[in-house]
Design a protein around this ligand. Sequence first.
Ligand code: ADP
Ligand code: F6P
Length: 475
Amino acid sequence: MPRTKQKFDLVIAANRLPVDRVVDADGEVSWRTSPGGLVTAMESVMRGREGAWVGWAGEAGEAPEPFEQDDMFLNPVALSEDEVAHYYEGFSNDTLWPIYHDVIVSATFHRYWFAAYEVVNRRFAEAVCEVAAKGATVWVHDYQLQLVPAMVREMRPDVRIGWFNHIPFPPVELFAQLPWRRAILEGLLGADFLGFQRVADAQNFIRACRQLLSLPTKGDTVSESRSEGARRIRASAVPISIDFKGLEELAKQPGTHARAKEIRASLGDPETLILGVDRLDYTKGIGHRIKAYGELLEEGRVAPPKQMFVQVATPSRERVDAYRDLRAEIEGEVGRLNGEFSTIGAPAVQYLHHSYPRNEMAALYLAADVLLVTPLRDGMNLVAKEYVTCRHDNGGALVLSEFTGAYHELHQAFVCNPHDIEGLKQTIMRAIETPPKEKARLMRAMRRRVADHDVQHWAARFLENLAKAPERGGV
Ligand code: ADP
Ligand code: F6P
């Protein structure tokens, strides 16, 4: 029984809705912004477009009724307790996530997890078809929904289907480990256009189709023949970005500046404030960063209160073992460094395991002299772009891992290989010690890049590619 008769020309599907439903101890219901880069980016893209967003409301059980928010129609998809455990925590975050991130931790394979993934993907596909107008554009997001493109195509051959991967797509040698590799590739090939963060990700996908499905490929296209006839599917790089104007405006507000000053003052106005902002995820290289910083403390090259280090570690996927282990490891290490190197009122590492509103994040970025972005593998890393955007004063320095998508755009960053602890230490020191004039030159160039390639530019490029694919080549 359809829950709504409303139809939309643009429908997006992502594992999460832009807001999570939260029920407090008194049964009071509220809605909170969902975590992660996908929501940050898509929220600003969808503002004013009058589309529908199909996604999960973040808690197990019955789905809330569809509702409107900020010109968007939100169509919630239900997940049972078991589906949260098997589809979301299991197959998405304990099978696919490690395989797609260089197997930094080992992946777990369970057939019943994949069975739940199929069931949930089918439910998403049905929810998409429920709200898609005739000939609509359907934009599916990320690794949690890789079977949705083919499922939607089967039910609704009239719509255009695009898929964008917010995370890396692995080399075929790693992808091939997946017992369900064929089903996943065939699911994705239901799309007309597939967007990836980096050229290498798109090439990995094309190679997987050629080697594992024996499909003919040419440049950035894959050809397949089905009973309905032959099709060509394009896969190319369309790197994601952020709402430069909106965030810059927020960073320019006097209130944000006042809060940045207050943050610095509450840390004793250090000579250098060093910041890390990440979901508490093993892909982010938080441990490598803390190890390097710990050695700099031991060697006396940095010391509180002259140098203060603030690490914001956003809670994430807390019921998955690898994330629990990571939290224990990071908090243990932070505790050790604080025990050894803090002085009264000046912790060696100020560790914050919370989510913050956007204006507080902007103030933190403005307050920080150095931002450490040291992932071992990251699709893009929007935090790096947000930092650059907030620094309208051309202050600050960005230390950036070469294993992020952002590295391929922000060439003027202080680039590091987080596995090379000695090199990372030197890069952190260079970011601290480079003269402000030189840092301003680097920051100006990075800001120009993000300003010219903001999230609207990304969305427009993706949708243009989707509209043109495959008949007329790329844009
Ligand atoms: P990922 O999608 O893997 O989490 P990104 O760096 O691409 O990584 O995006 C993270 C997004 O989440 C950014 O928009 C960032 O501002 C936001 N974010 C990270 N930590 C926090 C936090 N503690 N409170 C609020 N927002 C956060
Ligand atoms: O970009 C990767 C991603 O999984 C997104 O889907 C999401 O925005 C973010 O990380 C947060 O993860 P989760 O939705 O599992 O909390």
